[in-house]
Write a protein of this length. Structure first.
Ligand SMILES: CC(C)(COP(=O)(O)OP(=O)(O)OC[C@H]1O[C@@H](n2cnc3c(N)ncnc32)[C@H](O)[C@@H]1OP(=O)(O)O)[C@@H](O)C(=O)NCCC(=O)NCCS
Length: 164
């Protein structure tokens, strides 16, 4: 997670380029695009909004199946979420995700997990809410997080503990 040491990544200002679809086969970005467009269509309302929401719900179903991931259409996710190697990512609908986070494969956010800005979560980590993770925190691969993580902290292991 080289990027995680880069404090130039903002914890408050969404960097939408992180979600930009760059090629036809871009499952993570396409899954996120479906969620963004669905939420936009829903908030627009009206007949066109409803039709558009249905179209993007279908797209969401397709990319969720491709990635074997469950990210609910109404989950509150700030801009700039990067799904690197998007497979097996499970995010409970009660989760709130701050700007510019990064989630690797096989990550589970169970229950009401609140991520701050620029939180990076390594492959296979499980976060068992309710809990909060502060800005710029890093969660190690395969960690099981059972309590709050402070801003800037890196936690590893089962149960997850901070490393310096
Ligand atoms: C947690 C992480 C961000 C820490 O990186 P770092 O700051 O460079 O830390 P270091 O590699 O110097 O390790 C510090 C200590 O934590 C331990 N550690 C690091 N990651 C660990 C992990 N996931 N689980 C258990 N211990 C871990 C190291 O063994 C080391 O212990 P030591 O001090 O007793 O030798 C990183 O190890 C990590 O897990 N990244 C996830 C990467 C990932 O999922 N990549 C997927 C690519 S496909």
């Amino acid at each position: 997670m080289q990027e995680t040491k880069d404090l130039n990544v903002s914890a408050t200002e969404p960097d939408w380029s992180r979600e930009a679809v760059r090629q036809f086969w871009d499952p993570g970005q396409k899954l996120m695009r479906a969620i963004r467009r669905y939420q936009r269509a829903k908030s627009r309302g009206g007949v066109l909004g409803k039709l558009s929401a249905k179209r993007w719900a279908l797209s969401h179903l397709f990319w969720s199946t491709v990635t074997q991931s469950e990210i609910h259409l109404n989950t509150q996710i700030e801009g700039g979420l990067r799904l690197t190697h998007p497979t097996g990512i499970i995010i409970h609908p009660d989760c709130i995700i701050g700007p510019n986070c990064m989630i690797f494969h096989q990550v589970t956010l169970a229950g009401a997990v609140t991520l701050g800005g620029h939180v990076d979560i390594g492959a296979g980590a499980k976060l068992l809410g309710p809990l909060k993770v502060g800005d710029h925190a890093r969660i190690g691969a395969n960690a099981v997080v059972t309590r709050d993580v402070e801003a800037g902290q890196t936690v590893v292991g089962i149960p997850a503990r901070p490393i310096s």
